[in-house]
Design a protein around this ligand. Sequence first.
Ligand SMILES: Nc1nc2c(ncn2[C@@H]2O[C@H](COP(=O)(O)OP(=O)(O)OP(=O)(O)O)[C@@H](O)[C@H]2O)c(=O)[nH]1
Ligand SMILES: [Zn+2]
Length: 362
Amino acid sequence: MARDWDESDVRIRPNKKGSKPRTKDRPAHADALIGRIITVDRGRYTAIVDEAGPDERLLVAARARELRRSPVVVGDFVALVGDTSGEPDTLARLVRIEDRRTLLRRSADDTDPVERVLVANADQLVIVVAAANPEPRTGFIDRALVAAYDAGLDPLLLITKTDVKDPAELLAHYEQLDFTIVLSRTVGQGSAQPGEHRTAHLESDAVERLSEHLAGKVSVLVGHSGVGKSTMVNALTGSNRATGGVNAVTGRGRHTSSSALALKLVDVQTGEPSPGSWIIDTPGIRSFGLALVDPNRILRAFPDLEPGIEDCPRGCKHDDDAPECGLDGWVSAGHAGDSGPARLASFRRLLAAVSGSPTATN
Ligand SMILES: Nc1nc2c(ncn2[C@@H]2O[C@H](COP(=O)(O)OP(=O)(O)OP(=O)(O)O)[C@@H](O)[C@H]2O)c(=O)[nH]1
Ligand SMILES: [Zn+2]
């Protein structure tokens, strides 16, 4: 379809204000291929085109001059022109970034308003913590939850290493929050079978449970070093990063940069790629600065509490230091149900995380 077009079909009207094409009226490069960005490395963008189709292939592209100042991130859908053969040593031209459905971003820290765009068009944020070794930090989880809600992603909490420690205490902490929690553990103390990699052997039920939640979605994984992220990603994608096996998808050797990387989820039963299911690993992202997040957007993640702010005084921050906050009355009147008080506490914990209050950093 799109290929029946040719450059001459696209009439770009002269623009009085400058040289920018009137993309709103008629897209420039209507003959372009649309690709999904799977990794970004030093100004080179790897895109997958004709995904799951007969001509599925990877293209390496560089940004067109007019996009020099526009960040292109993993998960972006982009328009590609020029040499789109995907042959070795060819370079396509990336001429347009399609509208983003969701956008995961952060500031460098909580007070720096400069936006870093991290991942586009993801559906889900998988927050990975270990039950122990390293100890889970609720401050990190809360912070990641805020980032997820702010970006429009569904959060999922993955607690690894439940063989090392019972996660009951951590689970109790999040009892009242309405998101999916998956527990995983290793079995057989990581005793490597011949032909197996040296990584721990994850209980297959846990891997299956998680992969059910990932099927058909684009999921971003975040977590601190050592929580078992790579171990899980390897189990889910059939790749082994430690040995550089990632190139089944990236077409390259070991992924050495610290930028995000999208990998295809593999069907645990058949070993075949699961269509439309992507896992985005983010080695460079350890936490989220939240300077960009408006407290009212956090509240949007608590629809059971939200109507309560109608009774708030003007400019109410809804936090622990807001004595006239309408949320207290709303909750004590029972409007938010039995779980209201805990939900309000959770909300205020997230608020505290945004403002960097010490109560959130446990
Ligand atoms: N006991 C136990 N060990 C695990 C589990 N999952 C992973 N591990 C081990 O934990 C260690 C860290 O795992 P990785 O997968 O390398 O952790 P990571 O989060 O990718 O860490 P970085 O590569 O530093 O980002 C490895 O020795 C794993 O074998 C688990 O469920 N239980
Ligand atoms: Zn209030």
